[in-house]
Design a protein around this ligand. Structure first.
Ligand code: ZN
Length: 218
């Protein structure tokens, strides 16, 4: 891992802009009601999840600033219910929620002092991390889901440095869970998409056969 807090904050801005541009072309109920690239989810499900994620990360910032334990989500059931409910909301409401939650998260990041950035918080996965990890957590959501929106953004549109960090992290995570992940030949963007369990261009392993399907990751 070589990323800095500044990298994370820059990628949040870039990822937000990338996703917002993709949403500009999908800002109707018909377009947002169509399937995303994620199984079983429309673009509305995905957008509700991305907006709720900004609010949830905002809770971690509140935790760091006040010292009062404020989890990302009250429960997994509530998190899923909010996504389902969001999928039934009008496009305009969801876009307003995205813009509001994004703006509030940016303001939250800007409000943290150097000491507060080091404050330990607990993620929805139960990991204890300094709150300075949240820009990276947000970056992953923004960048990967910008592709999942299926509105024209691909892994080739994502920043090189981000692809490197993401590839390294997924390789480490898959290895830690005992999964064998071979080295493959292909573009950086395709290899990262493959590692993330997403659609990708042609990739081969050392003996020339196609890269195996790794299954879902995020
Ligand atoms: Zn997500």
């Amino acid at each position: 891992m070589t990323r800095t807090l500044e990298d994370g904050l820059r990628w949040v801005s870039e990822g937000t802009a990338l996703l917002r541009r993709a949403l500009d072309g999908l800002a109707t109920d018909d377009a947002l009601g169509a399937p995303s690239a994620l199984p079983g989810w429309t673009r509305k499900h995905l957008l509700a999840h991305i907006a709720a994620n900004a609010d949830a990360l905002g809770n971690l910032i509140t935790w760091a600033k006040t010292g009062v334990e404020t989890p990302m989500y009250s429960s997994t059931g509530q998190r899923n219910a909010d996504i389902e409910a969001g999928a039934g909301r009008p496009a305009e409401e969801l876009l307003t929620w995205f813009d509001r939650s994004t703006g509030e998260l940016d303001a939250g990041f800007a409000s943290l002092s150097e000491a507060e950035w080091g404050y330990p918080v607990v993620t929805a996965q139960g990991r204890t991390v300094p709150v300075s990890e949240t820009p990276w957590m947000r970056t992953r959501e923004l960048m990967v889901h910008a592709v999942d929106l299926d509105g024209g953004v691909t892994f080739a549109d994502l920043p090189e440095g981000f692809l490197t960090e993401l590839s390294d992290e997924i390789r480490a995570k898959r290895a830690a869970s005992g999964q064998e992940v071979p080295e493959v030949d292909g573009s950086h963007a395709d290899v990262t998409a493959w590692l993330a369990g997403r659609e990708h261009g042609p990739l081969t392993v050392a003996d020339g056969s196609p890269a195996p399907d790794l299954g879902p990751w995020l």
